[in-house]
Design a protein. Structure first.
Length: 188
């Protein structure tokens, strides 16, 4: 039997109370997602394998819904801002919502058919991620980016395609500004 519960989400730190699980990703755990592999190796060495993001969840066995937070550190690898791995959901009929609480970023989306979109992430914006759109979040600011996400427990994460071929667009710093550019290494 499941009982209702109020869960405290701290929009500055990403803390979830009570929490049921967490993991963190350091840069070394994100091999292959950044274009500049020498900048990637250098950052691991020079910055002592920095933390890139942390995911904390509230998930009850047998519930159809779970939620949690992702807290992303600011930083770059070469000209690319810190980003999540990015994924499709295993179940193609499952979407998600991302509610940004602090910091600024971009949510990069790509449909199965190859259409691309982005949604600005800033406090108060709840991004709707339709079913079967790959999604990756990018911290384009100088502060932590904290967002709460809400998803079906059976959605599943399919990382394979994005890891193998990347996404069609990159989010880079260009002349001091945030720019979305074509990924020159993208192959279908
Ligand atoms: O389910 C989601 O979309 C999020 O909880 C992400 O898993 C989280 O932001 C980390 O990103 P990724 O799973 O792409 O590494
Ligand atoms: Ni997702």
């Amino acid at each position: 039997m499941l009982y209702p519960e109020g869960v405290l989400i701290d929009g500055m730190t990403g803390a979830v109370t009570p929490e049921t699980g967490r993991y963190s990703k350091r840069l070394s755990g994100l091999a292959g997602i950044f274009q500049d592999s020498s900048a990637f190796e250098r950052a691991i060495f020079d910055e002592a394998d920095p933390l890139v993001y942390e995911v904390i969840d509230y998930r009850k066995p047998d519930s159809d819904l779970f939620f949690g937070t992702t807290t992303m550190q600011p930083g770059k690898v070469g000209v690319e801002y810190y980003m999540t791995r990015g994924h499709f959901h295993e179940r193609r009929d499952r979407g998600e919502a991302y509610y940004t609480q602090s910091g600024v970023g971009l949510l990069l989306l790509e449909s199965r058919a190859g259409e691309t979109r982005s949604v600005a992430m800033c406090p108060g914006v709840c991004a709707f991620i339709p079913p079967d759109w790959a999604h990756r979040s990018i911290n384009t600011g100088r502060e932590k980016l904290v967002f709460a996400w809400f998803c079906a427990t059976d959605a599943g994460h399919d990382y394979g395609q994005i890891l193998q071929r990347g996404m069609r667009k990159l989010v880079v710093e260009q002349n001091g500004e945030v720019a979305i550019t074509d990924n020159p290494n993208f192959r279908t």
